[in-house]
Design a protein. Structure first.
Length: 171
C-alpha cells in the first residue's frame, strides 16, 4: 500500500541551528553556519558567524537567541543580528573548520557578480506610445520612459543598458 503524505511540502534541508550548536564546544561561538534555502536561491554565498548563544534550556533544546554577524549574498551587513524565530527550522548546515576560510572569501569576482546592471530607461508600451502620439500630435514623443526602482542595494542603474542586456547579465 503506498504512503500518502498529507500537508504542505517544505524545501528545508539540514538540521536546526540548536542541533548543530548544542553539540559544539562553547555552543559554536566563532563558527560559520549557512542557511541552505538562501544558498540554493541565490548564486552568491550567504552565511552567519556565531557571536553569542543564549539557549532557553527548554526540554527539547529548540528555543533561544543566537547573535550572529551576517553576510548576505556576498556582502557583509553591518551590525549584529539576533536570530530567534528561525533557529528551530531544519535548514542550517555547519561549515567544517578547515573549509571556513575558503568558504568565507569575498573575492572581487563574486562581488562584481552580486551587482546587477539595470537600465535607466525602458521602452514605452505600444498602447501608451500610441495614446501619447494622439494627445501630443504637434510635438515629438519619446519612445522611452525613465525606470524607477525601489531598492538599489543589489543593483546599479546604468544609462544605455538595454533591458535584454540587463536580463542576460550576471544575476
Amino acid at each position: 500500500m503506498p504512503r500518502i503524505f498529507i500537508g504542505k511540502k517544505h524545501d528545508l534541508y539540514g538540521k536546526s541551528l540548536w542541533e548543530l550548536l548544542c553539540n559544539l564546544k562553547d555552543l559554536g561561538v566563532g563558527r560559520v553556519v549557512i542557511r541552505t534555502k538562501d544558498n540554493r536561491r541565490f548564486p552568491e554565498r550567504s552565511w552567519f558567524t556565531v557571536l553569542r548563544v543564549r539557549p532557553e534550556m527548554d526540554p527539547d533544546n529548540r528555543h533561544g537567541t543566537v547573535t550572529v554577524r551576517k553576510v548576505w549574498r556576498g556582502q557583509e551587513i553591518a551590525g549584529e543580528f539576533a536570530l530567534s524565530r528561525t533557529t528551530a527550522r531544519t535548514d542550517y548546515q555547519l561549515i567544517p573548520r578547515h573549509e571556513e576560510a575558503q568558504f568565507c572569501q569575498l573575492s572581487p569576482e563574486r562581488a562584481a557578480q552580486a551587482v546587477r546592471l539595470l537600465p535607466a530607461s525602458l521602452p514605452k508600451p505600444p498602447l501608451l506610445l500610441q495614446l501619447e502620439r494622439q494627445w501630443h500630435a504637434s510635438s515629438e514623443v519619446s519612445a522611452t520612459m525613465p525606470a524607477v526602482y525601489r531598492n538599489n542595494r543589489d543593483y546599479r542603474v546604468v544609462e544605455g543598458v538595454l533591458p535584454s542586456d540587463a536580463a542576460s547579465g550576471p544575476a
